[in-house]
Design a binder for this molecule. Structure first.
Ligand SMILES: [Zn+2]
Length: 348
């Protein structure tokens, strides 16, 4: 990856404010954009959502996970603070459950239209209605990367119960398209599609306000998860991620970034540089570990030596596989398919 620019190796970014909204609080972070923070029942315990006032209603960017606590918070917000205007649009950056989980409920209760990219709608509709629950396919994949048979049920539980984190994603939607613009709150926002973390993740950039709604593509404190999944085991999402991030380099250095996790910040380019360095280091770790032939689970152990619960292991194996695939496509690792059905990888 030597052709990519690396200016500095730092996670330093500047936050806009120290204030963090309480669940249910509506806080104006920049003129015309309200910041809402909803709780999540995970280690990553919150998501940021954005409300933008329009002439005839409100546009919401991302909506929180499907649980009673979040619905109650929404009832409070939508009943009190929208100046009597309806919620008209739910714009989802991507179809992970913390972003789109409640879209079906908000659509049904308040009549708001779902606005999303086509691949994210397809994925969200499929997962929310149980279409990804193929336990045999997942078992085969996890065996291939070296998981023990007795652990398969635990590994698959994450996927087999994922639909509960969603209300059914609405059948009808309006499409967001790469490089097109969409009007929100009377201003023009450019659609910039990011890959790697999700399939067709939408970032929204408003040149007039110099604001980027970044979703999960760029985060100030943590690195977006880049996972290989069982349904596309030969995917190269890390290459997708690093390549598509280059589109964001064309935005101004001082753009205000509204991320889905942690606080709004400036320092977009610093984060893009950090992601390159971070993944280069991980790729080096994988290559060094693969001096001897290792399976995916063993590579995950080299990348994440700390004790992980099963949820952590699910993500660790997905991350390990994304780095393995990147190195395979670069011609630096070779794959062998052993008699035991397990794939192993060794440095060339
Ligand atoms: Zn996500």
């Amino acid at each position: 990856m030597s052709e990519r620019r690396v200016i500095s190796v730092t996670q330093n970014v500047e936050f806009l404010t120290d204030h963090i909204p309480e669940p249910g609080e509506v806080f104006e972070i920049v003129p015309g954009i309200q910041w809402i923070r909803m709780p999540l029942p995970f280690q990553l315990n919150h998501i940021n959502l954005w409300l933008i006032e329009e002439e005839d209603g409100w546009a919401l960017i991302d909506c929180g996970i499907n649980d009673e606590r979040t619905k109650d918070l929404w009832r409070g917000i939508l009943g009190q603070v929208l100046n009597g205007k309806p919620l008209t649009k739910i714009i989802c950056t991507h179809a992970h459950p913390d972003h789109i989980g409640l879209a079906g409920w908000l659509h049904a209760e308040y009549g708001a239209e779902l606005v999303i990219s086509r691949e994210e709608w397809t994925f969200g509709r499929m997962v929310s209605t149980g279409g990804l629950k193929d336990v045999e396919a997942y078992n085969k994949y996890f065996l291939q990367i070296g998981c023990a048979e007795e652990d398969l049920e635990d590994y698959c539980a994450h996927i087999m119960t994922a639909d509960k984190l969603y209300c059914d994603v609405p059948h009808r939607y309006r499409r967001l398209r790469e490089d097109r613009t969409v009007t929100i709150g009377g201003k023009s926002w450019q659609v910039i599609v990011g890959l790697g973390h999700a399939m067709e993740h939408v970032c929204l950039y408003c040149a007039e306000s110099n604001i980027l709604i970044a979703g999960d593509q760029v985060l100030p404190k943590i690195t977006p998860t880049i996972l290989v999944h069982a349904n596309e085991p030969n995917a190269n999402p890390l290459l997708d991620f690093l390549e598509s991030n280059e589109k964001l380099r064309h935005l101004p250095e001082d753009v205000t970034v509204l991320p889905s996790h942690n606080q709004p910040f400036t320092g977009l380019h610093t984060r893009l540089d950090y992601y390159i360095t971070h993944h280069e280091e991980r790729l080096e770790t994988v290559l060094a570990a693969c001096d001897e032939a290792l399976n995916g689970l063993e590579v995950a152990g080299a990348l994440f030596p700390q004790d992980l619960d099963i949820y952590g292991k699910f993500f660790a194996t997905g991350e390990a596989m994304s780095h393995i695939r990147y190195l395979e496509y670069e011609g630096k690792l070779k794959r062998s398919n052993d008699a035991d059905g397990i794939e192993r990888y060794q440095r060339i």
